[in-house]
Design a protein around this ligand. Structure first.
Ligand SMILES: Cc1cc2nc3c(=O)[nH]c(=O)nc-3n(C[C@H](O)[C@H](O)[C@H](O)COP(=O)(O)OP(=O)(O)OC[C@H]3O[C@@H](n4cnc5c(N)ncnc54)[C@H](O)[C@@H]3O)c2cc1C
Length: 381
């Protein structure tokens, strides 16, 4: 947007963006079709992202991270979205790492963060189950203490990075009688773990390159020291505290997709002619694009305010929930209008707007559905 620069940006971050843009455009974007065909991202690409320092930008160098801030990660998320690289599951990887940063004991941080930063470990978050998504207190996965280990039993579904992840944060009940206080988070290293099984890669209407999967835990023996934070029963409170981070990332992706949709649709409307003129010369096209650009800009200003507050440590759950529901609703509206302006070509997969349309829909469902966001906001009325 002319004359507007996000308040969290500075010259160092702009120069970082140039490096990220080159890598994402030249190296990752050409792999997107192969990832979509394979329904997963290959392990080498994870390590390359790690070697570039683009996985855990805001984690301290002492723990193997890049020593930057959340602003650096935001730039990576934006550049992935601008280049149409929707398969790379950096968001859940970062969310997984953030749980370790926020609640891990010193030993846990040292054990997992450097390997998450390098891409040796790929992170996933396993909360949802076949019978419990929004209502997480209804989960059935159990962690039962037996001497120096826990036995994990249960199944998870819809898990992003499910086929490639080898450090999975598993939400499980350790005391079924204690409601929220009976939930614990287990950081489970899955390489060689007996009883752990990956199920189907689920067949989705969008995000074909993301390996959204079922996971099964059958008497998995996990060491006692994989309980996040070192003690049982803190899981629900830990999840509630981390939600603003996750929701800001989902909302930021929504804004970046809107910005890209407006850009590529404006280009298309300049090139395509009908009735002797370019589409962009028709008032309806200009008005629809003007509306979309306005919404994207309002979205940008709102998400920037969330990022600034996140960086300052003052972003509250209700505001992050507002950003998540409103910006993802607007994302779907804007992308739908932009597809319409492409006519029949908008429905063809070879045009990026078609993939963006299919990919956008889930944004209103995961990360806490938009209905749940409104419940959270309504509690502050
Ligand atoms: C592509 C994809 C990736 C995902 N990745 C992950 C992941 O990595 N890890 C993970 O744990 N989960 C993941 N999920 C799961 C996602 O978080 C859940 O689908 C979501 O939380 C909704 O849960 P549900 O599907 O069980 O729907 P339900 O909870 O059954 O909800 C069904 C409908 O009822 C509404 N509803 C439910 N409760 C209320 C209420 N109290 N008030 C009003 N309306 C309500 C919901 O909004 C929704 O519209 C992913 C899902 C998808 C589709």
């Amino acid at each position: 947007m002319i004359g507007y620069r996000s308040p969290w940006l500075d010259d160092e971050l702009e120069s970082f963006r140039s490096t990220v843009r080159r890598f994402v455009t030249d190296v990752l974007a050409p792999r997107e079709p192969a990832w979509q065909a394979a329904h997963r991202v290959d392990a080498d690409s994870w390590r390359e992202m790690g070697a570039m320092g683009l996985l855990l930008c805001d984690v301290a160098e002492d723990y193997g991270g890049s020593g930057g801030t959340f602003a650096h990660d935001c730039i990576v998320f934006e550049e992935l979205a601008y280049a149409g690289v929707a398969s790379f599951g950096k968001s859940v990887h970062n969310i997984c790492a953030h749980y370790v940063v926020a609640y891990g004991t010193e030993a846990q941080k040292r054990r997992w963060l450097p390997r998450l930063a390098s891409g040796e470990l790929v992170g996933a978050i396993a909360m949802s189950e076949p019978a419990a998504g929004s209502d997480l207190q209804g989960i059935r996965t159990r962690g039962v203490r037996a001497d120096d280990h826990y036995l994990l039993n249960g199944s998870k579904t819809f898990i992003t990075n499910g086929q490639v992840a080898n450090l999975i944060m598993v939400v499980a009940k350790t005391d079924p009688g204690a409601a929220a206080k009976g939930i614990s988070l287990f950081m489970v290293e899955t390489d060689g773990l007996e009883g752990f099984r990956r199920g189907r890669t689920l067949d989705k209407i969008g995000m074909p390159g993301q390996d959204t999967s079922e996971l099964f835990f059958d008497d998995c023996r996990v060491p006692v020291d994989c309980v996040l934070g070192g003690g049982e029963g803190q899981g629900f409170a830990q999840m509630m505290d981390e939600l603003p981070y996750e929701r800001t990332i989902v909302a930021l992706y929504g804004v970046a997709v809107m910005e890209r949709a407006v850009r590529i649709t404006t280009d298309y409307a300049r090139e395509r002619h009908a009735f002797g003129q370019a589409l962009i010369e028709m008032q309806n096209t200009r008005f629809k694009l003007a509306e979309a650009k306005t919404i994207a800009h309002i979205g940008r200003v709102f998400i920037d305010s969330c990022i600034v507050r996140y960086l300052a440590g003052t972003l509250d759950t209700a505001t992050a929930s507002m950003a998540k529901w409103w910006l993802t609703d607007m994302q779907c509206q804007v992308v739908d209008e932009c597809l319409q302006l492409h006519g029949g070509y908008g429905y063809m997969r070879e045009y990026p707007i078609a993939q963006m349309y299919a990919d956008s829909r889930v944004q209103r469902i995961y990360g806490g559905s938009n209905e749940i966001m409104k419940e959270i906001i309504a509690r502050t009325l």
